[in-house]
Ligand binder design. Sequence first.
Ligand SMILES: Cc1cc2nc3c(=O)[nH]c(=O)nc-3n(C[C@H](O)[C@H](O)[C@H](O)COP(=O)(O)OP(=O)(O)OC[C@H]3O[C@@H](n4cnc5c(N)ncnc54)[C@H](O)[C@@H]3O)c2cc1C
Ligand SMILES: NC(=O)c1ccc[n+]([C@@H]2O[C@H](COP(=O)([O-])OP(=O)(O)OC[C@H]3O[C@@H](n4cnc5c(N)ncnc54)[C@H](O)[C@@H]3O)[C@@H](O)[C@H]2O)c1
Length: 463
Amino acid sequence: MRTFDLVIVGTGSGNSILDQRFRDWNVAIVEKGVFGGTCLNVGCIPTKMFVHTADLAATPAASARLGVDSTLDGVRWADIRDRIFGRIDPIAAGGREYRRHHEDNANVTVFEGTGTFTAPKVLEVTLPDGTSETITAPKFVLAAGGRAVVPDIPGLADVGYETSDTVMRLDKLPKRLTILGSGFVAAEFAHVFSSYGVDVTVIARSGALLRGEDEEISTRFTELAAERWDVRLDRKTVRAERDGDVVKLHLEGPSGAETVESDVLLVAIGRTPNSDILGTTAGGIATAPGGHVVVDEYQQTTLDGVYALGDISSPYELKHVANHEARIVQHNLLHPEDRKTSDHRFVPHAVFTSPQIASVGLTEREAAASHQRHVVAVQHYSDIAYGWAMEDTTGFVKLLADPATGQLLGAHIMGPQAASVIQPLIQAMSFGLPAHEMARGQYWIHPGMPEVVENALLKFELE
Ligand SMILES: Cc1cc2nc3c(=O)[nH]c(=O)nc-3n(C[C@H](O)[C@H](O)[C@H](O)COP(=O)(O)OP(=O)(O)OC[C@H]3O[C@@H](n4cnc5c(N)ncnc54)[C@H](O)[C@@H]3O)c2cc1C
Ligand SMILES: NC(=O)c1ccc[n+]([C@@H]2O[C@H](COP(=O)([O-])OP(=O)(O)OC[C@H]3O[C@@H](n4cnc5c(N)ncnc54)[C@H](O)[C@@H]3O)[C@@H](O)[C@H]2O)c1
């Protein structure tokens, strides 16, 4: 058994922990897949590169009503795909090369295999050739992320399906795509593929898409989605079947049995933490019922010296959260006598679909459920100057605040550039800036898009 000072499992956010301050540590990094993890290789970065091209492809269809006539001549799928991965793949390869061979990493040993705990702080790494090595250390960082969930639907395993890991590398664009699921991944890929001219069907188990959002956003988004895609709500998928090149999904819904046919099926029903593969139970590390590794405010697991971060322990499953937690773990490894706690007070997210959606803090339903006193302010993009310029008809900002203090409790935006427009609200919440001070304590560039936030703030009826 080889002994190290520190073992890091996973090279997504885990890889960012090591810098020159660790040069005197004997470190092992264990990675079973592609260097760089989900966000770089199959997550945030490639998806948003596809979303950008989708936004461009969708522009001609949207501009005629403003008096600008243009047509989309075509979408070169292979060129888009190869440009995106032609940029990303070398970054992953470069990261691997850096850790394996660069002089900065003389103290780092890379194990390219699957790590599984056989006992507390004893990790068996199974290498691709079937051999294994056992390693140990007083300190571990578990940054092993999660993976797409595949439901137990009869026939599914035989028909062939894509997940977010594979759908961006399809050989050619399908004519028809069915997406099983109604969350982030479904909403983003439905926008991407439909903008490229693919007929998209979205199958939701419940009565709305993006159900985790504030109810008004979810309801309004579902209505808009139904105008662009074939949206099937309240459907149970009972069986999958292949007929030549066609994938058939047999559903049961409000009107009885029905079948959806398509060329490609994308399964997007959520992700599960990789704690099972990592053998956390044998490792003496507690997990929550959904499989997330349990951590305290210092990101330490139930086993002393073993830290965890990102999707393996965080129910948020967002890259900016994993990055924040990686910085906390890094600090706590380097300064065990002066540890920091992670801050999950105001975790924002954005869904890069169309219209874009962004959110931070309490939804109205959550505020009511927690008996939090609150007032609500809503401002439509259509009533601000830049909204006139865009002739926007669907976007809005919805804010929640404490009526006594003016402190913002939640912000929910659906509309152009929502992921950027929300940032000052995240800042105000994080630094405790009350709504009225935020609205009137600064200039708002006229006629900029953030005026939609200013006007929403001014609508609050505070005590
Ligand atoms: C399609 C998609 C789009 C997304 N878009 C966004 C977005 O726009 N914004 C955002 O904030 N978040 C987004 N996310 C979420 C984001 O990608 C994740 O939250 C983030 O990448 C998690 O980082 P991590 O370091 O925890 O795990 P990962 O990056 O998943 O890293 C875990 C690594 O551990 C390795 N590993 C796992 N088990 C073992 C083992 N037993 N032994 C050895 N190695 C192991 C894996 O191979 C992997 O490389 C998206 C996710 C998906 C799937
Ligand atoms: N922009 C972003 O930040 C971004 C983008 C993509 C993914 N992500 C992250 O990745 C995670 C995974 O995304 P996701 O969309 O796969 O999961 P999700 O949790 O966002 O949505 C999954 C949806 O599938 C539904 N579902 C579950 N089981 C089902 C079944 N058997 N049949 C039909 N529907 C079913 C759920 O009710 C849910 O609405 C997200 O939670 C998010 O944190 C983030």
